[in-house]
Design a protein around this ligand. Structure first.
Ligand code: HEC
Length: 275
């Protein structure tokens, strides 16, 4: 097994790596061009479908599952949570512009006052605290269920992450560094699998391209197992037997900032089925 994995990574070493300190937009363009060159027939706006873009049968199966999503009841539960007023009578919608419609694609955003990246999930928790409620555990179930609905309010919005101040650029660079740093016993970076080997198989699984990966969370694996984006980071870190961080950690928030920026311009959709 290990041999097979290493052979896979040897195939495309460093080809897709980005220059340090380039502008975020230059990074995104370079990555887009690289992935386009690898698979010229696939349109970039298809990348939101992840590994399904390389497998017609899996795509057809996905589409028929999404006609009647088996996780609809969970999203309904999330809707109830979203609409239930806090003890003070206010709602989540009151915390966001436009009642929370077409806002999720602006996250993660860098908050210059706090000097840190704020994810959509953190903004939701900040809303709870501002209204006298306890924040949800970032790794717990509630935040996933709630966002499985809250993110549908931004379906179709194009990801629109911004990196404006010097401090924001530093957080972005930390996230980018994380993405390209090799780690774990297998010595893989995120990019080894999701850039250099996108479209190739790892064991039985086709690997999705990094672009578009941030657009469609949470996912329901197998139809009913809810996984948030940062829980997926945990899973991917563990796959290479690297130390995983906690969802909500600064490491993952910075990673999500860079990673989401790479999906800028691509349309969002919550939530989706994944194997
Ligand atoms: C050893 C290879 C490997 C490494 C390294 C790896 N992943 Fe993955 N990742 C996978 C596999 C396999 C899947 C499931 C198939 C797919 O969707 O690509 C996956 C899925 C994902 C998905 C879900 C895609 C979707 O559309 O559902 C995201 C997001 C992701 N990985 C991000 C990362 C990030 C960020 C890192 C670095 C912290 C990383 N991965 C490192 C193998 C890897």
């Amino acid at each position: 097994m290990k041999k097979m994995i290493l052979a896979l990574v040897g195939a495309g070493l460093v080809a897709g790596s980005l220059a340090a300190h380039a502008s975020p937009d230059a990074d995104r363009k370079q990555l887009t061009e690289y992935l386009k060159k690898k698979a010229p027939k696939i349109k970039v706006d298809q990348y939101v479908n992840g590994a399904l873009i390389y497998d017609k049968d899996a795509m057809a199966q996905y589409q028929s599952i999404m006609d009647f999503p088996p996780f609809e009841n969970v999203v309904e539960l999330g809707k109830k949570m979203w609409e239930t007023p806090f003890a003070n009578g206010k709602t989540y919608a009151s915390c966001f512009p436009n009642g929370g419609k077409n806002v999720a694609g602006n996250y993660p955003m860098f908050d210059d006052k706090q000097g840190k990246v704020v994810t959509f999930e953190m903004a939701i928790n900040a809303c709870r605290e501002a209204n006298g409620e306890k924040p949800f555990d970032y790794s717990g179930k509630d935040i996933g269920v709630l966002t499985s609905y809250a993110r549908t309010l931004s379906d179709g919005m194009k990801m629109n992450v911004k990196v404006q101040s010097a401090a924001a650029k530093e957080a972005y660079e930390r996230g980018k560094h994380f993405f390209y740093q090799r780690r774990g016993q297998l010595n893989f970076s995120c990019a080894s699998c999701h850039v250099d080997n996108a479209g190739h198989r790892l064991r039985s699984e086709l690997l999705s391209p990094a672009l578009g990966q941030a657009t469609h969370w949470p996912v329901f694996r197998g139809g009913d197992s809810l996984v948030t984006l940062q829980q997926r980071y945990v899973g991917c870190n563990k796959q290479v037997r690297a130390e995983a961080f906690k969802p909500g950690s600064e490491e993952y928030n910075d990673l999500e900032y860079f990673h989401s920026y790479m999906s800028n311009g691509l349309p969002m959709k919550a939530s989706v089925f994944r194997k």
